[in-house]
Design a protein. Structure first.
Length: 319
């Protein structure tokens, strides 16, 4: 008799040890794994595909329900039991009191653009603010979840060297985040576009501010994953604050991350090589920022970003 086979596909973001955990989940349900495959998508998702037998009916609603119930008992797999839309609703509910009345926002000129969003200057109740919009052409369920996760991190932190979060709008068509406005712009422009050479006293003040902010984040199990001069903002008195938590993650208890995330010129070797990494990847990026502060030069300025990454990977540093 030919056994009845079912294909089960799990989709998730950046989860260590996921394949073994899912294999255990299926075995706990009495399913026999015939084949297992892992794929990575271009938008950073991991697809774990299993072909199993042991579910003796073509009806799969009961199988799906059992998978959900079993996964819910495992904290590391709980996010797999909800759809992206359910995850969005869950995060929106958690954001709660951080929701802004958009009618009270005055949006002024655009001050920066990123890969998935645009940054505007504006005011909220006569207070100068920065407003980050999720760009319309990038809006899908996954990008919404990423944006909402950034809000969750921002609302959980409070430090003099981390940009202050004021609120967000997540229940209208355009998602946005509102933070304090930093009049001095970012450190990258300050160093490289305005050709500033810093005095040692200012270098030390900026470096100490960054290190205090990063230490606070790491003490709270937050890995920034894209620390670079462009994500360091300058305010009054030349105080520097860490910003842009779009790819940041709360470090899980299950292990290290492996996704290649960040910007090549500041990216640690273990990240480029898709090796497991933790908060120490931020320390490497901080070292590159220190080099920028001292030299006022772009890291690996004679190389393209990809060439810079290959140099780091091969330990053939060409400053």
């Amino acid at each position: 008799e030919i056994p009845l086979l079912h294909e089960i596909i799990f989709s998730s973001n950046d989860k260590p040890k996921l394949l073994s955990q899912l294999s255990t989940l299926l075995s706990d349900l009495g399913l026999n794994i015939r084949e297992a495959h892992v794929f990575s998508t271009t938008d950073g998702l991991c697809l774990d595909v299993f072909v199993v037998d042991g579910w003796e009916t073509e009806e799969t609603d009961g199988l799906l329900q059992q998978l959900k119930e079993t996964a819910k008992r495992n904290p590391s797999l709980s996010n797999l039991t909800s759809s992206a839309s359910e995850r969005i609703s869950e995060l929106q509910e958690k954001i709660g009191e951080s929701e802004f009345d958009r009618d009270l926002l005055q949006i002024e000129e655009k001050i920066a653009s990123g890969s998935s969003g645009d940054l505007y200057r504006g005011t909220y109740l006569d207070v100068d603010v920065a407003i980050k919009f999720l760009r319309t052409e990038h809006v899908n369920d996954n990008s919404k979840v990423e944006f909402l996760q950034e809000i969750m991190i921002l609302r959980s932190v409070n430090h003099e060297n981390v940009v202050r979060f004021y609120g967000a709008c997540t229940k209208q068509r355009k998602y946005l985040i509102v933070t304090e406005y930093m009049a001095g712009g970012n450190l990258y422009d300050f160093l490289h576009k305005h050709n500033n050479t810093l005095e040692l006293s200012l270098i030390l003040r900026i470096a100490i501010g960054i290190s205090k902010g990063m230490d606070y984040l790491h003490q709270n199990n937050i890995i920034h994953r894209d620390l670079k001069s462009a994500n360091l903002l300058i305010g009054d008195g030349q105080v520097v604050k860490i910003a842009d938590f779009g790819v940041s993650r709360q470090r899980s208890q299950e292990g290290d991350m492996t996704a290649e995330t960040g910007t090549y010129r500041w990216m640690a070797p273990e990240v480029i090589n898709h090796k497991p990494y933790d908060h120490k990847a931020d320390v490497f990026s901080f070292a590159i920022v220190l080099w920028e502060l001292v030299t006022s030069k772009v890291p690996y300025e004679n190389l393209t970003p990809l060439q810079a990454a290959l140099s780091v990977r091969q330990r053939d540093f060409a400053w």
